[in-house]
Design a protein around this ligand. Structure first.
Ligand SMILES: [Zn+2]
Length: 401
Protein backbone atom coordinates (compact mmCIF):
# COMPACT_ATOMS: atom_id res chain seq x y z
CA UNK A 1 0.00 0.00 0.00
CA UNK A 2 1.39 3.37 -1.04
CA UNK A 3 0.07 6.60 0.40
CA UNK A 4 1.12 10.11 -0.65
CA UNK A 5 0.58 13.18 1.53
CA UNK A 6 0.74 16.17 -0.81
CA UNK A 7 1.87 19.73 -0.20
CA UNK A 8 1.95 19.84 3.59
CA UNK A 9 3.70 22.21 5.97
CA UNK A 10 6.10 19.92 7.78
CA UNK A 11 7.40 19.95 11.34
CA UNK A 12 9.52 16.81 11.10
CA UNK A 13 11.38 17.19 14.44
CA UNK A 14 14.29 15.64 12.50
CA UNK A 15 17.54 17.40 13.44
CA UNK A 16 18.82 16.89 9.87
CA UNK A 17 16.00 18.98 8.40
CA UNK A 18 14.77 22.54 8.79
CA UNK A 19 12.40 23.00 11.73
CA UNK A 20 9.57 24.08 9.42
CA UNK A 21 9.21 23.41 5.70
CA UNK A 22 6.41 24.34 3.32
CA UNK A 23 5.09 22.52 0.25
CA UNK A 24 6.40 19.08 1.20
CA UNK A 25 5.18 15.68 -0.02
CA UNK A 26 5.56 12.53 2.06
CA UNK A 27 5.46 9.10 0.48
CA UNK A 28 4.50 6.22 2.77
CA UNK A 29 4.94 2.63 1.66
CA UNK A 30 3.23 0.13 3.95
CA UNK A 31 4.44 1.06 7.45
CA UNK A 32 7.50 3.11 6.44
CA UNK A 33 8.15 6.72 5.43
CA UNK A 34 9.79 6.13 2.08
CA UNK A 35 10.47 9.60 0.77
CA UNK A 36 10.13 13.24 1.84
CA UNK A 37 10.49 16.01 -0.74
CA UNK A 38 8.89 18.44 -3.13
CA UNK A 39 6.65 17.28 -5.98
CA UNK A 40 7.02 13.55 -5.50
CA UNK A 41 5.66 11.86 -8.59
CA UNK A 42 4.63 8.31 -7.81
CA UNK A 43 1.75 5.96 -8.58
CA UNK A 44 -0.01 5.43 -5.29
CA UNK A 45 -3.24 3.90 -3.98
CA UNK A 46 -4.22 6.96 -1.96
CA UNK A 47 -3.42 10.67 -1.96
CA UNK A 48 -4.16 13.05 0.92
CA UNK A 49 -4.14 16.70 -0.07
CA UNK A 50 -2.58 18.47 2.93
CA UNK A 51 -2.46 21.96 1.45
CA UNK A 52 -2.37 24.54 4.29
CA UNK A 53 -2.21 21.74 6.83
CA UNK A 54 0.59 20.85 9.22
CA UNK A 55 2.11 17.39 9.40
CA UNK A 56 4.08 16.45 12.49
CA UNK A 57 5.10 13.24 14.28
CA UNK A 58 2.40 11.60 16.38
CA UNK A 59 2.81 12.21 20.10
CA UNK A 60 4.45 9.72 22.43
CA UNK A 61 2.63 9.60 25.76
CA UNK A 62 5.25 8.15 28.11
CA UNK A 63 3.07 7.61 31.15
CA UNK A 64 -0.52 6.40 31.28
CA UNK A 65 -2.79 3.78 32.80
CA UNK A 66 -4.88 2.95 29.76
CA UNK A 67 -8.00 1.38 31.36
CA UNK A 68 -8.35 4.34 33.75
CA UNK A 69 -10.52 6.09 31.16
CA UNK A 70 -13.46 4.90 33.27
CA UNK A 71 -12.17 6.81 36.32
CA UNK A 72 -12.38 10.25 34.73
CA UNK A 73 -13.15 12.91 37.34
CA UNK A 74 -13.59 10.79 40.44
CA UNK A 75 -10.83 12.33 42.56
CA UNK A 76 -11.71 15.94 43.23
CA UNK A 77 -10.74 16.63 46.85
CA UNK A 78 -8.56 13.57 47.50
CA UNK A 79 -4.83 13.32 48.12
CA UNK A 80 -2.93 10.77 46.04
CA UNK A 81 -2.72 8.25 48.87
CA UNK A 82 -6.42 8.71 49.89
CA UNK A 83 -7.57 8.45 46.29
CA UNK A 84 -5.63 5.23 45.67
CA UNK A 85 -6.66 3.47 48.89
CA UNK A 86 -10.27 4.71 49.14
CA UNK A 87 -11.41 5.02 45.52
CA UNK A 88 -9.12 3.40 42.97
CA UNK A 89 -7.82 0.17 44.45
CA UNK A 90 -11.27 -1.02 45.73
CA UNK A 91 -12.83 -0.28 42.32
CA UNK A 92 -9.97 -1.91 40.42
CA UNK A 93 -10.39 -5.09 42.42
CA UNK A 94 -13.83 -5.54 40.79
CA UNK A 95 -12.81 -4.98 37.16
CA UNK A 96 -13.55 -7.82 34.73
CA UNK A 97 -11.68 -8.75 31.53
CA UNK A 98 -14.47 -7.15 29.54
CA UNK A 99 -14.26 -3.92 31.57
CA UNK A 100 -10.54 -3.66 30.92
CA UNK A 101 -10.96 -4.31 27.19
CA UNK A 102 -13.75 -1.75 26.80
CA UNK A 103 -12.01 0.87 28.94
CA UNK A 104 -8.86 0.41 26.86
CA UNK A 105 -10.77 0.75 23.58
CA UNK A 106 -12.13 4.07 24.87
CA UNK A 107 -8.62 5.30 25.72
CA UNK A 108 -7.20 4.22 22.38
CA UNK A 109 -10.01 6.03 20.60
CA UNK A 110 -9.24 9.17 22.61
CA UNK A 111 -5.54 8.77 21.89
CA UNK A 112 -6.08 8.46 18.12
CA UNK A 113 -8.59 11.32 18.12
CA UNK A 114 -6.11 13.67 19.79
CA UNK A 115 -2.99 12.71 17.83
CA UNK A 116 -1.04 10.33 20.04
CA UNK A 117 0.48 7.38 18.21
CA UNK A 118 2.46 5.65 21.00
CA UNK A 119 1.47 5.18 24.62
CA UNK A 120 3.28 3.71 27.61
CA UNK A 121 0.95 1.84 29.92
CA UNK A 122 1.24 0.57 33.47
CA UNK A 123 -1.69 -1.58 34.57
CA UNK A 124 -2.79 -5.20 35.03
CA UNK A 125 -5.06 -7.73 33.28
CA UNK A 126 -2.73 -6.70 30.47
CA UNK A 127 -3.86 -9.33 27.96
CA UNK A 128 -7.12 -7.42 27.54
CA UNK A 129 -5.22 -4.16 27.01
CA UNK A 130 -3.01 -5.82 24.39
CA UNK A 131 -6.06 -7.23 22.60
CA UNK A 132 -7.66 -3.76 22.56
CA UNK A 133 -4.38 -2.20 21.33
CA UNK A 134 -4.09 -4.69 18.48
CA UNK A 135 -7.78 -4.18 17.57
CA UNK A 136 -7.28 -0.38 17.66
CA UNK A 137 -3.98 -0.29 15.76
CA UNK A 138 -2.08 1.89 18.25
CA UNK A 139 1.57 1.53 19.25
CA UNK A 140 1.98 0.63 22.90
CA UNK A 141 4.66 -0.33 25.40
CA UNK A 142 3.16 -1.93 28.46
CA UNK A 143 3.84 -3.97 31.55
CA UNK A 144 2.07 -5.98 34.18
CA UNK A 145 2.45 -3.65 37.15
CA UNK A 146 4.62 -5.02 39.92
CA UNK A 147 4.15 -4.34 43.63
CA UNK A 148 4.44 -6.55 46.68
CA UNK A 149 2.84 -4.39 49.39
CA UNK A 150 -0.28 -6.60 49.10
CA UNK A 151 1.70 -9.84 49.54
CA UNK A 152 1.07 -10.86 45.91
CA UNK A 153 4.40 -9.75 44.47
CA UNK A 154 5.77 -13.06 43.25
CA UNK A 155 2.58 -13.96 41.40
CA UNK A 156 2.81 -10.63 39.54
CA UNK A 157 6.45 -11.18 38.64
CA UNK A 158 5.56 -14.60 37.28
CA UNK A 159 2.68 -13.14 35.23
CA UNK A 160 4.99 -10.52 33.75
CA UNK A 161 7.70 -13.03 32.84
CA UNK A 162 5.04 -15.23 31.22
CA UNK A 163 3.88 -12.22 29.22
CA UNK A 164 7.45 -11.47 28.12
CA UNK A 165 7.82 -15.04 26.87
CA UNK A 166 4.36 -15.39 25.32
CA UNK A 167 3.08 -14.57 21.83
CA UNK A 168 0.06 -12.71 23.17
CA UNK A 169 -0.45 -9.87 20.79
CA UNK A 170 3.07 -10.41 19.46
CA UNK A 171 3.04 -7.62 17.04
CA UNK A 172 5.56 -4.98 16.05
CA UNK A 173 3.28 -2.33 17.61
CA UNK A 174 3.36 -3.96 21.05
CA UNK A 175 6.43 -4.01 23.26
CA UNK A 176 6.71 -5.07 26.88
CA UNK A 177 8.65 -3.37 29.64
CA UNK A 178 9.03 -3.95 33.37
CA UNK A 179 6.99 -1.60 35.52
CA UNK A 180 7.34 -1.44 39.27
CA UNK A 181 4.54 0.67 40.71
CA UNK A 182 6.60 2.78 43.14
CA UNK A 183 9.14 2.50 45.93
CA UNK A 184 6.34 2.86 48.52
CA UNK A 185 4.59 -0.24 47.17
CA UNK A 186 7.71 -2.34 46.53
CA UNK A 187 10.12 -3.68 49.15
CA UNK A 188 13.79 -3.30 48.30
CA UNK A 189 14.21 -7.02 47.80
CA UNK A 190 11.25 -7.08 45.42
CA UNK A 191 12.44 -3.99 43.55
CA UNK A 192 15.70 -5.78 42.93
CA UNK A 193 13.84 -8.77 41.45
CA UNK A 194 11.91 -6.45 39.14
CA UNK A 195 15.06 -4.72 37.91
CA UNK A 196 16.80 -8.07 37.45
CA UNK A 197 13.90 -9.12 35.22
CA UNK A 198 14.31 -5.98 33.08
CA UNK A 199 18.05 -6.61 32.78
CA UNK A 200 17.60 -10.31 32.02
CA UNK A 201 15.51 -9.50 28.93
CA UNK A 202 17.08 -6.08 28.17
CA UNK A 203 13.72 -4.35 28.65
CA UNK A 204 12.98 -0.78 29.67
CA UNK A 205 12.07 -0.20 33.32
CA UNK A 206 9.33 2.22 34.39
CA UNK A 207 8.24 3.38 37.85
CA UNK A 208 6.45 6.25 39.60
CA UNK A 209 9.01 8.31 41.52
CA UNK A 210 8.82 11.19 44.03
CA UNK A 211 5.29 12.13 43.03
CA UNK A 212 4.59 14.13 46.20
CA UNK A 213 6.15 15.09 49.53
CA UNK A 214 4.58 12.18 51.40
CA UNK A 215 6.17 9.72 48.98
CA UNK A 216 9.60 11.26 49.58
CA UNK A 217 9.15 10.82 53.36
CA UNK A 218 8.02 7.21 52.85
CA UNK A 219 11.04 6.40 50.65
CA UNK A 220 13.48 7.92 53.14
CA UNK A 221 11.94 5.90 55.97
CA UNK A 222 11.40 2.58 54.18
CA UNK A 223 14.73 2.55 52.32
CA UNK A 224 16.72 4.38 54.98
CA UNK A 225 18.28 6.90 52.56
CA UNK A 226 18.95 10.66 52.61
CA UNK A 227 17.85 11.23 49.02
CA UNK A 228 15.34 9.08 47.14
CA UNK A 229 17.78 8.86 44.22
CA UNK A 230 20.17 6.93 46.50
CA UNK A 231 17.86 3.96 45.88
CA UNK A 232 18.13 4.45 42.13
CA UNK A 233 21.89 4.72 42.34
CA UNK A 234 22.05 1.42 44.15
CA UNK A 235 19.82 -0.52 41.73
CA UNK A 236 19.39 1.19 38.34
CA UNK A 237 22.97 1.51 37.12
CA UNK A 238 22.59 -0.81 34.15
CA UNK A 239 18.94 -0.32 33.26
CA UNK A 240 17.19 2.00 30.82
CA UNK A 241 14.64 3.67 33.07
CA UNK A 242 11.69 6.01 32.64
CA UNK A 243 10.51 7.53 35.90
CA UNK A 244 7.10 9.18 36.02
CA UNK A 245 6.47 12.47 37.83
CA UNK A 246 9.76 13.21 39.69
CA UNK A 247 8.05 16.23 41.24
CA UNK A 248 9.93 16.43 44.52
CA UNK A 249 13.62 16.19 43.67
CA UNK A 250 16.65 17.65 45.43
CA UNK A 251 19.72 18.88 43.53
CA UNK A 252 21.41 15.67 44.63
CA UNK A 253 18.58 13.56 43.14
CA UNK A 254 18.89 15.41 39.83
CA UNK A 255 22.66 14.91 39.75
CA UNK A 256 22.32 11.17 40.38
CA UNK A 257 19.53 10.75 37.85
CA UNK A 258 21.70 12.39 35.21
CA UNK A 259 24.55 10.00 36.01
CA UNK A 260 22.15 7.07 35.66
CA UNK A 261 20.88 8.35 32.29
CA UNK A 262 17.29 8.19 33.52
CA UNK A 263 14.46 9.67 31.45
CA UNK A 264 11.61 11.52 33.14
CA UNK A 265 7.94 11.26 32.14
CA UNK A 266 6.55 14.66 33.15
CA UNK A 267 2.79 14.64 33.82
CA UNK A 268 1.93 18.23 34.80
CA UNK A 269 -1.87 17.99 34.65
CA UNK A 270 -1.98 14.99 36.96
CA UNK A 271 0.58 16.56 39.32
CA UNK A 272 -1.50 19.72 39.62
CA UNK A 273 -4.81 17.97 40.08
CA UNK A 274 -3.46 15.74 42.84
CA UNK A 275 -1.87 18.76 44.52
CA UNK A 276 1.56 17.17 44.22
CA UNK A 277 3.45 20.28 43.13
CA UNK A 278 5.39 21.36 40.06
CA UNK A 279 8.32 19.31 38.83
CA UNK A 280 11.66 21.05 38.26
CA UNK A 281 11.57 20.43 34.54
CA UNK A 282 13.77 23.33 33.55
CA UNK A 283 16.42 22.23 36.06
CA UNK A 284 16.21 18.64 34.83
CA UNK A 285 16.73 19.76 31.24
CA UNK A 286 19.59 22.05 32.19
CA UNK A 287 21.21 19.09 33.92
CA UNK A 288 21.00 17.23 30.60
CA UNK A 289 18.25 14.79 31.59
CA UNK A 290 15.90 13.58 28.85
CA UNK A 291 12.40 14.80 29.74
CA UNK A 292 9.41 13.36 27.89
CA UNK A 293 5.72 14.01 28.50
CA UNK A 294 2.79 11.97 29.75
CA UNK A 295 -0.83 12.36 30.73
CA UNK A 296 -0.98 9.77 33.52
CA UNK A 297 -4.30 7.90 33.74
CA UNK A 298 -7.38 10.00 33.05
CA UNK A 299 -8.40 9.56 36.71
CA UNK A 300 -5.79 12.15 37.61
CA UNK A 301 -4.82 13.48 34.16
CA UNK A 302 -8.40 14.06 32.92
CA UNK A 303 -7.64 13.31 29.27
CA UNK A 304 -5.04 11.83 26.93
CA UNK A 305 -4.74 15.09 24.98
CA UNK A 306 -1.00 15.76 24.71
CA UNK A 307 -1.61 19.31 23.43
CA UNK A 308 -2.89 20.10 26.91
CA UNK A 309 0.21 18.53 28.47
CA UNK A 310 2.51 20.61 26.24
CA UNK A 311 0.71 23.81 27.17
CA UNK A 312 0.85 23.11 30.90
CA UNK A 313 4.52 22.12 30.65
CA UNK A 314 5.50 25.40 29.03
CA UNK A 315 3.30 27.69 31.13
CA UNK A 316 4.24 26.14 34.47
CA UNK A 317 7.99 26.40 33.99
CA UNK A 318 7.84 29.98 32.70
CA UNK A 319 5.56 30.96 35.56
CA UNK A 320 7.13 29.16 38.48
CA UNK A 321 10.66 30.19 37.49
CA UNK A 322 9.51 33.72 36.57
CA UNK A 323 11.34 33.39 33.28
CA UNK A 324 9.49 33.57 29.93
CA UNK A 325 12.66 32.56 28.07
CA UNK A 326 12.38 29.01 29.39
CA UNK A 327 10.62 26.23 27.48
CA UNK A 328 10.73 27.51 23.89
CA UNK A 329 7.73 26.06 22.06
CA UNK A 330 9.82 23.98 19.64
CA UNK A 331 11.61 22.31 22.58
CA UNK A 332 8.23 21.45 24.11
CA UNK A 333 7.17 19.81 20.83
CA UNK A 334 10.37 17.74 20.99
CA UNK A 335 9.50 16.67 24.54
CA UNK A 336 6.15 15.33 23.31
CA UNK A 337 7.70 13.46 20.36
CA UNK A 338 11.39 12.58 19.93
CA UNK A 339 12.24 12.75 23.65
CA UNK A 340 9.60 10.08 24.25
CA UNK A 341 11.18 7.93 21.56
CA UNK A 342 14.59 8.36 23.21
CA UNK A 343 13.16 7.39 26.60
CA UNK A 344 11.90 4.17 25.03
CA UNK A 345 15.12 3.55 23.07
CA UNK A 346 13.02 3.74 19.89
CA UNK A 347 14.43 6.91 18.35
CA UNK A 348 15.60 4.99 15.28
CA UNK A 349 11.96 4.03 14.58
CA UNK A 350 9.60 6.74 15.84
CA UNK A 351 9.46 10.27 17.27
CA UNK A 352 10.27 12.23 14.11
CA UNK A 353 9.37 12.21 10.45
CA UNK A 354 12.34 10.89 8.51
CA UNK A 355 12.90 8.54 5.60
CA UNK A 356 13.12 4.97 6.86
CA UNK A 357 11.21 5.61 10.04
CA UNK A 358 7.80 4.21 10.91
CA UNK A 359 4.88 6.17 9.49
CA UNK A 360 3.45 7.46 12.79
CA UNK A 361 2.25 10.96 12.04
CA UNK A 362 -0.63 13.38 12.35
CA UNK A 363 -2.16 16.02 10.10
CA UNK A 364 -3.44 19.18 11.78
CA UNK A 365 -6.07 21.52 10.43
CA UNK A 366 -5.21 24.86 12.04
CA UNK A 367 -7.62 26.92 9.98
CA UNK A 368 -9.82 27.93 12.90
CA UNK A 369 -10.65 31.18 14.68
CA UNK A 370 -8.77 30.02 17.78
CA UNK A 371 -5.48 29.33 16.02
CA UNK A 372 -5.45 32.06 13.36
CA UNK A 373 -3.47 34.12 12.67
CA UNK A 374 -0.31 32.02 12.95
CA UNK A 375 2.60 34.29 13.84
CA UNK A 376 4.80 31.52 15.24
CA UNK A 377 3.84 28.03 14.14
CA UNK A 378 5.51 26.24 17.07
CA UNK A 379 3.89 28.50 19.66
CA UNK A 380 0.54 28.14 17.86
CA UNK A 381 0.82 24.38 18.26
CA UNK A 382 1.82 24.47 21.93
CA UNK A 383 -0.63 27.16 23.11
CA UNK A 384 -3.56 27.34 20.69
CA UNK A 385 -3.97 23.89 19.21
CA UNK A 386 -6.08 21.13 20.73
CA UNK A 387 -6.68 17.48 20.09
CA UNK A 388 -9.76 18.50 18.13
CA UNK A 389 -7.49 20.09 15.48
CA UNK A 390 -6.13 16.64 14.59
CA UNK A 391 -7.70 15.77 11.27
CA UNK A 392 -5.77 12.61 10.45
CA UNK A 393 -3.82 10.13 12.56
CA UNK A 394 -1.60 7.55 10.87
CA UNK A 395 0.03 4.78 12.91
CA UNK A 396 2.38 2.24 11.35
CA UNK A 397 1.23 3.47 7.93
CA UNK A 398 -2.47 2.91 8.66
CA UNK A 399 -4.94 5.78 8.58
CA UNK A 400 -6.82 5.42 11.88
CA UNK A 401 -8.54 8.81 11.88
ZN1 LIG B 1 0.77 6.99 37.06
Amino acid sequence: MKLLIKNCNLISVDSNRDKYEEGIDILIENDIIKKIGKNIDENVEKVIDATNKVVMPGFINTHAHVPMSIFKENLDGYTLQEWLTQKIWPAEAKLTDEDIYNASILSFKEMIDTGTTTIVDMYFMQNNIIKAAVDSGVRIELTRTLMDSDGEGDRKLKELEELINSDIGRNENVTINVGAHALYTCSEEYLKKAIDLANKYNLNFQMHFCENSQEVLDIKRDYNVNNPADVLEKHLKNTNSILAHCVKLTDKDIEKMKELNISVAHCPVSNLKLGCGIARINDLQEAGINVALGTDGQGSGSSLDMFEVMKFTALLQKGVNENPKQMPAYEVIKMATINGAKALRMEDKIGSIAEGKKADLIILNLDTSVVNPINDIFASIVYNTKGSNVETTIINGKILK
